[in-house]
Design a protein around this ligand. Structure first.
Ligand code: FE2
Length: 224
């Protein structure tokens, strides 16, 4: 469990770093003609109300593992599934003109179990489109990038759509330079289908951060 002090410092830094970028990216999303949702405090993707107003527990976050927590284990692996395509293009934005969907930013850090960032780590995402369909011919909604000097990655995309048998998710491969590839998936809090998905793992829940437009999920990967 994170302490309130840790929450404040960590998330303040994230907001400080990402807030201006989010606004700019949201504007780009609008320029591309994407359907951009404006979220209010009652929308389901926001931080979960976990306690009565005014109590310290209102700062409680979803149980996303983060380096330095009591549970700073390496990020758990998950099945690759049937829709991985190797050699995705290098790009930090999967948005394309006219692409339907809700604008989404995914960001975080790639860290070692020693809590140190891993510059140059590979982060390769692929996911379904707004209708729950994968592009298994080309590279639509597929792309890889390399973490910066602070181990940070940032992906612009749309919220993955649902398809039968699965809850909403991203697929991702993460690899430190010349290291072992971690294949896993990321999930959304407050998705009704999480409870019905046998692959879902709450240790892979993103933390949803405030977003001016669309949604913003954060997840830090911890590699062996
Ligand atoms: Fe999938």
């Amino acid at each position: 469990m994170k302490t309130p002090q840790r929450f404040s410092r960590r998330d303040f830094l994230h907001l400080l770093l990402l807030a201006p970028v989010s606004g700019l990216l949201a504007a780009c999303g609008r320029a591309l003609g994407l359907e951009v949702a404006t979220l209010g405090p009652s929308d389901p993707v926001g931080p979960s109300p976990t306690a009565e107003p005014g109590t310290a527990a209102t700062l409680t976050l979803p149980p996303t593992p983060a380096c330095g927590d009591d549970d700073d284990e390496p990020t758990v692996a998950q099945t690759q599934g049937p829709f991985f395509t190797p050699n995705s293009p290098q790009r930090a934005s999967l948005l394309e003109a006219g692409m339907p969907g809700v604008y989404m930013l995914v960001s975080g850090q790639v860290l070692g179990t020693d809590c140190q960032p891993i510059p140059g780590a590979l982060v390769d995402f692929w996911h379904a489109d707004a209708d729950g369909i994968y592009d298994n011919v080309g590279f639509r909604l597929r792309g890889h990038q390399f973490a910066d000097e602070q181990g940070r990655y940032q992906l612009e995309t749309i919220m993955p759509g649902l398809y039968p048998g699965r809850t909403r998710h991203f697929h991702v491969k993460v690899q430190r330079p010349n290291g072992v590839v971690l294949t896993t998936q990321l999930y959304f809090p407050d998705e009704a289908d999480n409870a019905r998905d046998g692959i879902f793992d709450e240790r892979l829940l993103m933390t949803m951060l405030p977003a001016e437009n669309g949604v913003h999920g954060e997840f830090d990967f911890v590699l062996e």
